[in-house]
Every structure is written in C-alpha cells, then in structure tokens.
Design a protein around this ligand. Structure first.
Ligand code: SF4
Length: 105
C-alpha cells in the first residue's frame, strides 16, 4: 500500500485539526477573557518544533516557506485574538509561520 504524499498528509492533518479546533476558536474569539489567557507560542514548544514554527517568517530558512506567507494570512489564524487552530491555548505572532501554513480563503 502506498504512503500518502507529504502534501496530502499535511492536508489531511490540517482538515482534521480545523474540524475540531475551529469551533472552539470561534467561541474564544468572541470571549475576551478566554483570549487573554492565551500564552505566546515559542519555537521551544514541541509541536511548534515539529511544524518548524518561527515567530519571524521573513527570517525562515525552511525550504517549504514561500516569500510573503505568514500567520496573518493563514486560514488557521484568528486576527482578533492571535490564536492559531493548531496550537490550542497559545497565540502566535502574525508575522510568524509554520509548515502547516495554508492561505486564508
Ligand atoms: Fe498557525 Fe498558520 Fe501560523 Fe502555522 S502558519 S502557526 S498554522 S497561523
């Protein structure tokens, strides 16, 4: 049996995470008290490391990074809180980036 390609695997992970996390984030976006509890994500976080998160997309040397892509333009980012659907309990830098980046519709 063939392994899914890396891009297909990433799409499947993104879809699964979004389906579970986006409703929670929608509630958080409308609740300033919850949004204030979000901790800043750092690249020391194990999940952040796995997804090659950086809080400075412009300085990324990751081969998957494309110029101009950053959290602010990602479908998983909520601008009003800084929350990311992939990192529950954390807020990310709008100028950050990780390998799960997907262009906001
Ligand atoms: Fe989250 Fe998207 Fe930023 Fe990755 S690029 S940390 S998925 S908002």
């Amino acid at each position: 049996m063939n392994e899914p390609s890396p891009s297909r695997r990433r799409f499947l992970v993104q879809t699964a995470v979004a389906a579970t996390a986006l409703p929670l984030l929608a509630r958080m976006a409308n609740n300033p008290a919850l949004a204030a509890d979000l901790k800043p994500l750092t690249d020391a976080n194990p999940q952040a490391k796995a997804l090659h998160y950086t809080d400075n997309a412009a300085a990324s040397k990751d081969p998957a990074h494309t110029a101009g892509s950053a959290c602010a333009g990602c479908q998983f980012f909520t601008a009003s809180t800084g929350a990311c659907a992939l990192f529950a309990g954390y807020k990310v830098n709008p100028k950050g980036w990780c390998t799960a980046w997907a262009k906001k519709a």
